[in-house]
Design a protein around this ligand. Structure first.
Ligand code: HEM
Ligand SMILES: [Ca+2]
Length: 310
């Protein structure tokens, strides 16, 4: 198994220009029609790309179905949007059989999801190949909502991503929602102490979150990660962090830990400048994330269907 962390990325923009010129528009239409029907697909697809890239690189290992694959593992249990990738792949196989990798579909669908929710577009370097391995245990690479900041920083460093990349990429939480399962302990039982709340939470935010995630309520109830703006891609997420309104613990720590706060700061504020900086930096960080442990050239394969190795 070849792994190269961000080393001379050999993806390139326009990789399918000659071999499948309609590839990007086919994927864009598939994402658009899915998001039109169900807006929660957009954050689902953005998160899918992250969870793919962090485990065996951006190689569509996340899509493989069966026994103990990544998709079946705990950290991926709430991912959504798999059917959109399959729909795009079916159309691509008709238009240009055997050409477009599932890994590139995931990468493009993530970009399209950002654009459809109001973010700025960017060009996605392509040419990833699909991986031959998908093991549930490897999902331990993924950061967890309650990982200490040291662990989060280390998990990103292991993928060639620095603290600034971490802060920028977690800005993806400007769209989408979290299950109460990842929130309630901050409201009712912080540090395993009855009735204790997380001191990172703004006291005025606690009753709001408690209303959304009642004590003992359904752990699958969903709450916006960027309060007031869950459907709209932008830098308001960082304002919420500064205001003690980070919904999951790992997000809140981006402000309370000085190592990350210094990178949150430039994204805070309603001036066009901080918004513009976030959009530009996010695009750059996504390209960097997208070159994680690439398989290119003759490595891996182009899958016939995204859910199974050929
Ligand atoms: C320290 C790193 C991170 C942690 C601990 C983390 C954790 C989480 C958790 C616990 C959720 C809620 C999942 C659910 O209930 O369905 C979530 C949602 C989400 N995450 Fe992250 N995340 C991290 C980084 C990222 C990155 C780098 C991206 C993308 C570039 C991302 C994209 C998303 C999106 C879009 C959602 C919303 C999903 C939806 O609405 O279905 N996250 N994340
Ligand atoms: Ca992967």
């Amino acid at each position: 198994q070849q792994t190269r962390v961000n080393s001379q990325a050999s993806t390139r923009v326009g990789f399918y220009n000659a071999t499948c010129p309609r590839a990007e528009s086919i994927i864009q239409s598939a994402v658009q029609s899915a998001v039109d029907t169900n807006p929660t697909i957009a954050p689902g697809l953005l998160r899918m790309f992250f969870h793919d890239c962090f485990v065996n690189g951006c190689d569509a290992s996340i899509l493989i179905e069966g026994g103990a694959t990544e998709k079946a593992a705990g950290p991926n249990s709430l991912l959504r949007g798999f059917e959109v990738i399959d729909a795009a792949k079916t159309e691509l196989e008709t238009a240009c059989p055997g050409v477009v990798s599932c890994a590139d579909i995931v990468a493009l669908a993530a970009r399209d999801s950002v654009v459809l929710t109001g973010g700025r577009s960017w060009q996605v370097p392509l040419g990833r190949r699909d991986g031959l391995v998908s093991e549930g245990n490897d999902t331990a690479n993924l950061p967890a909502f309650n990982d200490p900041m040291d662990v989060q920083i280390q998990k990103f460093a292991d993928k060639g991503l620095n603290i600034q990349d971490l802060v920028t990429l977690v800005g993806a939480h400007t769209i989408g929602t979290s299950a109460c399962a990842f929130i309630s302990y901050r409201l009712y039982n912080f540090n395993n102490t009855a009735n204790a709340t997380d001191p990172d939470l703004n006291p005025t935010f606690i009753p709001q979150l408690q209303a959304l995630c009642p004590n003992g309520g359904d752990p699958l109830t969903r709450v916006a990660l960027d309060t007031g703006s869950e459907g709209s891609f932008g830098n308001s997420f960082y304002d919420n962090l500064r205001n003690g309104r980070g919904v999951i613990e790992s997000d809140a720590k981006l402000w309370s830990d000085g190592r990350t706060q210094r990178f949150v700061q430039p994204f805070v504020g309603s001036t066009g400048q901080s918004a513009s900086r976030f959009n530009a930096d996010f695009a750059r960080a996504m390209v960097k994330l997208g070159n994680t442990e690439l398989k290119t050239g003759s490595q891996g394969e182009i899958r016939r269907v995204c859910t199974a190795i050929n």
